[in-house]
Design a protein around this ligand. Structure first.
Ligand code: PHB
Length: 365
């Protein structure tokens, strides 16, 4: 283990984000862990997981459903019921007690759901009735995705209201802000990309139309939260959940320009693809279109993250696997210490094993 002073790492310097000051630029990425309790209510075990990671400059929760219709997987938490608000409140209070900051990720999975997960066994909804290739995760194991029902134009205000209500609930639950999940093939991303959005109305066709729903959600949330407490997550070329766009550079250039007008806390960009190392989008060019804070994500190492911050490409870097396995990641980076390896077998579902039992560094003797 080489000793290097933490003060030499730009990654570990504070960052001002609106009225908030992040103690460092390491972010706990939003990570689906499928360990919510009955009623998709956050539990004390979930609290321990977040508290253990409270030394991150910012924690972003796992995707949390804005409504019953938004659910896409078993045992993922929501932020639409009173019990869920209460469960999250315990978590935000415990994180704040440790000096941490925590945003909740607002999630609607759209067509990546399954009728067996939804009220009245309704079909999942989407911009267009295009079935994803692959399989949904249900209570009884995986099942082939279904052809979703295209949202009627007069249903869209209801979806926006669900985001607004969830954002209000997040405030009651004591969060420091919200992240709108518009990435990874879920509902808002399904609207953004032309492979999944073939609508003929004002929510489909041109980029302006495809990004209208995201624009309207951001606008609605700005009536609930100050803009500098709202982040947006995008994944311009991630193919996860069978999604694609014919012109990702052009589409996401337009999206970043639109978001830039909203003076948000940050954009959070999953660069490249979750499942391979290919990168075809110019992220440096995208970054230049957004004058606020830029959070980079996807396979960054300590060295690459530091370089990205030094180069001015990123203001913050979100870590997933590394934070799963190393609750004290900032301290490990400070000491340039070895990292624990994450065990993929315990990523989704289960109890404390692989969730809250990763060891921290031994205290110096
Ligand atoms: C997942 O369950 O693997 C998952 C969930 C949400 C994401 C990405 C991946 O945004």
């Amino acid at each position: 283990m080489s000793k290097e002073k933490s003060s030499t790492l730009q990654l570990l310097t504070p960052l001002k984000m609106g009225d908030l000051v992040l103690s460092n630029r390491l972010v706990l990425a939003p990570l689906t862990r499928n360990r919510a309790g009955e009623g998709n209510v956050p539990t004390d075990l979930n609290m321990l997981y977040y508290v253990q990671r409270a030394s991150a400059g910012l924690l972003i929760t796992e995707g949390s459903q804005i409504s019953l219709q938004a659910l896409g997987y078993p045992a993922t938490p929501g932020i639409y019921s009173q019990k869920q608000i209460k469960g999250w409140k315990k978590i935000t209070e415990a994180v704040h007690e440790k000096g941490g900051l925590i945003f909740i990720q607002l999630w609607h999975t759209g067509r990546i759901s399954h009728s067996s997960l939804l009220p009245d066994n309704a079909l999942p909804v989407a911009p267009s009735s295009i079935r994803p290739r692959g399989e949904a995760v249900t209570y009884t194991g995986t099942q082939p995705f279904e052809t979703p029902r295209a949202l009627e134009i007069d249903e869209i205000s209801g979806v926006i209201n669900d985001y607004t209500q969830a954002a209000k609930n997040a405030k009651i639950a004591g969060f420091d802000g919200v992240e709108i999940h518009a990435a990874n093939g879920y509902l808002l991303d399904q609207f953004l990309r032309d492979g999944t959005n073939q609508r003929k109305d004002i929510y489909g066709g041109s980029v302006e139309n495809r990004m209208r729903l995201l624009d309207e959600v951001v606008t609605a949330l700005k009536d609930v939260w100050p803009a500098h407490c709202i982040g947006v997550r995008l994944s311009p070329e991630n193919q996860f959940n069978d999604i694609h766009d014919s012109q990702p550079q052009a589409t996401f250039s337009a999206v970043l320009k639109m978001l830039n007008k909203h003076a948000l806390a940050y954009v959070h960009i999953l660069e490249g693809d979750m499942l391979n190392d290919e990168k075809n989008v110019d992220y440096i060019a995208l970054r230049k279109l957004f004058s606020g804070l830029y959070m980079a994500n996807n396979g960054y190492t300590r060295a690459r993250a530091e370089q990205a911050v030094l180069d001015g490409h990123a203001d913050m870097v979100a870590f997933g696997r590394a934070f799963i396995a190393n609750p004290d990641l900032p301290e490990r980076f400070a000491q340039n210490a070895c990292l624990n390896e994450a065990d993929p077998a315990t990523f989704y579902g289960g109890g404390m094993q692989g969730y809250t039992d990763y060891p921290v560094l031994q205290a110096a003797k």
